[in-house]
Ligand binder design. Structure first.
Ligand code: SF4
Length: 342
């Protein structure tokens, strides 16, 4: 049975026709869910009562529940949501001066095992459906009372290991919720076949690739996927992506003190990405307990790294950090909540 949120306009239309209703009812139902955030059919007061009763047999309306919210002094709010089967995922509301962003999860847990990540410590449970991903945005829109302009797929999970539902959710956010594809970023740990497959959809989204190291040995040390796909394979996939979609890619580079933040790493990184239509986004490590005891580099080391890239002609940004006073790194809130329950 199709589920709302998550059903496309065509899927809603099919249900409406099966029930012998005029086509415009599909538009009304979509508006209630994707714009007004209805949680029950009874809230859809412009639908006949008999239709509201029969809809639930053919089109399940199932929303996320908030379990916990952590508010930062800077306006960032981190939500822990319960899914229908009791699993839990995080999403973050990030208000900026010029936009309102939401960072969403794509899986319950994650199998990538990055050494610096709290989510990795939970292992993998299951993929989220397209509807659950869209609901993270809808629910935050309702809870915050603010319209979301940007969505980043950078929460728990590896989006390209859940590609069909990620693509479906991008299209729903674009067509039904009204968020521009250019305001949507999908982040990957570097799943090379997934990058080629995503390129075929020719979406106008931004692809962010977590590089985090300029050579295979160092990358494999901090990200197990580095043993599967070489850095050069990743760069080739990024080039294919930019050539196929006409969009530039962002290389995410997490700076870990004494691990990958030396000037020689910056020089190697510049050499690697030179000539690609890209920018490098530097992310000083957000302190979270990790098995390797990674720490955050001093700002002088970050500035030096950045300068090397800039002098090599590479476009560099540095993530505007938010939510420092709450558990803002991916997976932290879920991990803390689970530990407290235990
Ligand atoms: S950083 Fe992302 S891809 Fe890596 S383990 Fe964490 S959630 Fe998975």
């Amino acid at each position: 049975m199709p589920v709302l949120p998550g059903a496309t306009r065509e899927e809603i239309l099919q249900v409406v026709r099966t029930l012998g209703q005029p086509d415009y009812r599909a538009q009304q139902i979509a508006e209630w869910v994707y714009h007004k955030g209805a949680r029950t059919y009874d809230q859809m007061t412009n639908l006949p009562l008999s239709l509201r009763r029969s809809l639930s047999d053919l089109l399940l309306l199932q929303r996320l529940d908030v379990v916990r919210a952590q508010r930062s002094a800077d306006g960032t709010v981190k939500y822990l949501f319960a899914l229908a089967d009791g699993e839990r995922v995080e999403a973050v509301f990030l208000p900026y001066d010029d936009r309102t962003a939401v960072c969403i999860s794509t899986q319950v847990g994650c199998a990538a095992g990055c050494r610096f990540c709290a989510t990795a410590q939970m292992g993998f449970s299951r993929n989220l459906t397209a509807g659950e991903m869209v609901d993270e945005v809808l629910s935050i829109q309702q809870l915050s009372g603010q319209r979301v302009s940007h969505v980043v797929y950078m929460g728990m999970g590896e989006p390209l290991w859940n590609l069909p539902d990620v693509v479906k959710s991008v299209l729903l956010l674009n067509r039904e919720v009204g968020i521009s594809q250019r305001h949507i970023t999908v982040s990957t740990v570097g799943v090379v076949p997934g990058i080629y497959e995503l390129a075929q959809h020719r979406l106008q989204i931004t692809l962010a690739i977590s590089l985090h190291a300029p050579n295979d040995d160092l990358r494999a040390r901090i990200m197990p996927v580095g043993r599967k796909w070489k850095v050069q394979e990743l760069i080739d996939a990024a080039r294919y992506y930019t050539e196929t979609t006409g969009r530039k890619v962002t290389f995410e580079y997490l700076l870990l003190r004494g691990v990958n933040d030396a000037p020689e790493h910056a020089h190697a990184l510049a050499k690697l990405v030179k000539g690609l239509v890209c920018n490098v986004n530097l992310i000083p490590f957000n302190q979270v307990e990790t098995p390797d005891g990674f720490t955050r580099p001093e700002s002088s080391r970050v500035a030096r790294f950045r300068k090397v890239l800039q002098e090599a002609g590479i476009a560099v940004t540095q993530r505007v950090e938010k939510g420092h006073d709450i558990s803002a790194a991916c997976g932290q809130l879920k991990l803390e909540t689970a530990r407290a329950r235990a």
